[in-house]
Design a binder for this molecule. Structure first.
Ligand code: ADP
Length: 550
């Protein structure tokens, strides 16, 4: 006889929330300026009405039910309402094109889509592309159906109003699927990653912990990351687990409104990708408030430039905690909290040792950094290697067994190239596909663009590899100058040289652009930059032309 055998399923989070945190608030701000407020108790009642509604629609017990929605309370109801019936929640990325959505909806075999009203036009295109062939119901997340040529669209509020608000708890095995998320396809075709009830529960607990996002009952969360991006990094489940107040900002990011919301609702923890923090910094500065309630912001999905971390710390007194993860790792796998031993070090040193690192692995997550032969490289702060990861919330395969060679002897090969240090931190040097291989040596595009972005004349910069007949690949930098500033290749060379870069590492080419293209989740889209510059032979400088063409 040992301990109780309680299945770690979604009910464990959901039932606890309504029972023990009933009065805690959930707030949603809509682009119209409307603010919706209710409590966990109200939320719980409505999520149970949704459970009944899904049953009544006759959807199979294990059907995949998709959402196509911004961040708001109704989406939160779907986060819990769908999996608590045993069905599988599929959070569709509403920034994808109709063709991409059609592919993903068909691949996941979605049976029902809960969609925000403003997404109906794209769903019409998805239908025209054959993406809705297997979808039996489209439900609009609102109280009326906007004009649409889609057949038989249902209304969420009408469906819920007709249902009782208590639902008999289901016995769901913890290893059952809870949700499916697709990788955003930065480096290839989107692949499905299936989260289980157990992995979601454990990930939520890790997210609440001091090694994770550090969320407790005294906190108020606002995920700046969309709820379709790797389940908002587990923030909604983590907040629900501990009864933290939750705030959502619906619609495309509006930095001014968000800065005000952070302040008005006294948000204490928030999370998002670096580009969001870049946009928000000026709005916080203009607002003139340093957001005293905000304890820290979690920044992940791409490497935040050092100057951004410094700005938040020095100008606003907000520690930016870097996180590393992937859709395949639920996504949180590591966060860069400084160690206790660093308390008395100068801030510069803490930045180098901890804050600019991708983090320390969360409890239960194991990493391994290996060379091409599969041997671990030394933890010497210098040697690059391929990052492998394993853990209770790391995928053991893709949906439909896509790309099986990424799963090796119980490890997931991430495709990231990293350097690890004896102190336990690791830092992302690059993605395998973005690393610049010049004459047998590797140049980190991430390091180089971070360095270039520290120039006072540079607003943003992205570095890509351009094929080169002699060196195999050479760096090209695409720069968005600050308003009114000009940036030349010589300026970049001078700055990099002054910061210790070797001559052979310096970029061969500069392109001045208006903005760095973004992926559907707001990261720099290097695929697009490569298509524009690297794959365009006409743009290749004369010195790099193959001899035969000269
Ligand atoms: P996609 O793979 O389609 O971009 P994900 O959101 O799953 O979608 O992205 C995971 C990738 O994001 C990681 O493999 C890594 O390259 C990058 N990434 C995540 N966090 C960081 C970080 N802190 N620093 C650098 N890169 C990061």
């Amino acid at each position: 006889m040992t301990m109780m055998d309680i299945q770690l399923n979604n009910w464990l989070l959901f039932a606890h929330t309504q029972r023990h945190n009933a009065e805690v608030e959930i707030v949603s701000l809509f682009p119209s300026g409307n603010v919706h407020r209710y409590t966990y108790n109200d939320f719980g009642a409505r999520a149970q009405q949704l459970m009944h509604a899904l049953d009544e629609l006759g959807l199979e017990q294990d059907a995949v039910v998709a959402t196509l929605a911004w961040n708001h309370h109704r989406h939160l109801e779907c986060y819990f309402g769908v999996p608590c019936t045993g069905r599988v929640l599929h959070t569709l990325n509403l920034r994808l094109s109709a063709a991409e959505l059609a592919y993903i909806i068909r691949d996941a075999d979605d049976r029902c889509i809960l969609a925000d009203p403003d997404t109906l036009p794209v769903l019409e295109q998805v239908r025209d592309a054959g993406g809705l062939a297997g979808v039996r119901h489209v439900i609009v997340l609102g109280d009326e159906v906007p004009d649409s040529s889609l057949d038989g669209v249902l209304t969420y509020e009408t469906l819920l109003a007709a249902q009782p608000d208590t639902y008999e708890q289901r016995d769901i095995a913890e290893t059952s699927p809870l949700g499916v998320c697709y990788t955003s396809g930065t480096t290839g075709r989107p692949k499905g990653v299936v989260y289980t009830h157990r992995s979601t529960f454990l990930h939520a607990l890790a997210a609440t912990s001091g090694a994770g996002m550090s969320i407790g009952p005294s906190d108020c969360t606002l995920p700046m990351v969309p709820m379709f991006h790797a389940m908002a990094w587990g923030m909604p489940q983590a907040a629900a687990a501990v009864g933290a107040k939750q705030v959502f900002a619906s619609g495309p990011l509006d930095p001014v409104a968000t800065a005000r919301l952070l302040s008005d609702e006294a948000v204490t923890v928030t999370a998002g990708v670096p580009t969001v923090w870049l946009g928000l910094a000026d709005a916080i500065a203009a607002q003139g408030s340093r957001l005293p309630a905000l304890r820290h912001c979690v920044c992940g999905g791409a490497q935040p430039p050092r100057h951004l971390i410094e700005r938040y710390l020095n100008e606003f007194d907000i520690p930016m905690i870097q996180a590393w993860g992937m859709t395949e790792t639920s996504p949180l796998a590591s966060l860069a909290w400084p160690r206790h031993a660093y308390r008395d070090l100068p801030e510069e040193e803490v930045l180098t040792r901890a804050r600019t690192q991708a983090g320390l692995p969360l409890p239960g997550v194991d990493i391994s950094v290996r060379d091409e032969d599969g041997n671990e490289v030394p933890m010497d702060d210098a040697t690059m290697g391929d990052l492998y990861v394993r853990g209770p919330w790391v995928a053991d395969s893709y949906f439909k067994n896509a790309e099986p060679d990424k799963f090796v002897d119980g490890w997931f090969r991430t495709g990231d190239v990293v350097v690890w240090s004896p102190s336990g931190y690791f830092v992302i040097a690059d993605r395998t596909k973005d690393l610049i291989k010049s004459g047998g040596e590797w140049i980190s595009s991430v390091d180089m663009e971070a360095q270039i972005m520290a120039m006072t004349t540079v607003f943003e910069a992205a570095v890509i590899a351009v094929p080169d007949p002699r060196w195999q690949e050479r760096p090209l930098v695409a720069v968005v100058p600050c308003p009114g500033a000009s940036v030349t290749l010589e300026d970049v060379h001078e700055h990099l040289t002054a910061n210790g870069w070797a001559r052979w590492q310096l970029p061969d080419r500069i392109e001045i652009i208006e903005e760095v293209p973004r992926t559907s989740v707001g990261k720099f889209d290097k695929k697009q930059l490569r298509a524009r510059f690297a794959d365009d032979p006409a743009a290749t400088p004369a010195s790099a032309q193959p001899a035969a063409s000269g």
